[in-house]
Design a protein around this ligand. Sequence first.
Ligand code: ATP
Ligand code: MG
Length: 288
Amino acid sequence: MLYSERFRVAPGSKIKLSAIDPSFKDKHESKESAEAENAEHARRLGELQFLLYAEDRRSLLVVLQGMDAGGKDGTIRHVFGAMNPQGTRVHAFKVPSQEEAAHDFLWRAHLHAPARGEVVVFNRSHYEDVLVARVHDLVPKRVWSKRYGRINDFESNLIDGGTHIIKFFLHISEDEQLERLRQRLEDPKRRWKIAESDYTERALWPQYMEAYEEALARTSTEDAPWYVIPANHKWFRNLAVSKIVVETMEALRMKFPPPRVDIDEIRRKYHEAARHRPGRRSARSRRR
Ligand code: ATP
Ligand code: MG
């Protein structure tokens, strides 16, 4: 079964995140058994991104959301690292800057949306405005509750302009998060990542799950679907995300565009140039 069907939040449906196993790993026993498949996805992703770039007609926007230590950074490194940096961009959404906060909440998302031929990954996104903003009452309910519709309209507008949108929620368990926070504390190479908010936000886990459930239910659409990715196993998360990106891009049936010049004419010019290239010995001098 296609992963783009299996993990998709069906438009209009309600989901219960607690009913989805974050440790799911499908038919795979271990990281090793998924390695060959993962390598094949990486190769395909490189090819497909090259095609998108060459075609220069459409673009791809990937939204990554998840709790702290949910694996957004790792997904970007492992999955999107297989693409050519020329034509690929990542944008991380932090607490809005003064300038960003002075605009409507979608302004900064639009600013960083992909141009034709580009793949853009949003590390967090405009969804923060119905997640953290809701959980922390940063704006009143009457404001955030209107945002789901605004987000759908915004995404439709991007889609009309040739952007394909896929959205991933990296689903980890509270235990797995705690284990990752412990590793951050113990590993000097990870300590720099620790933020106090990792712990304050963790205390609000149920509120976040509720906010995610509503966002997923109200903004998973035919053209901009959400996928809930079991993400306790990092290798399975990478496998599932890369498989869905490959499936999505393959469905675009992209083709290399025809050359913009008359190839026969250029070929004639090429042969002419080759005949006259400096240093080329004439047929007569070669016989001597
Ligand atoms: P990591 O922890 O892996 O480095 P991160 O995405 O958690 O990555 P941080 O700098 O730790 O990066 O956190 C960014 C913070 O910005 C998050 O707590 C997020 O909720 C917050 N944020 C993002 N968008 C908004 C927004 N629109 N309003 C308020 N806070 C936001
Ligand atoms: Mg963080």
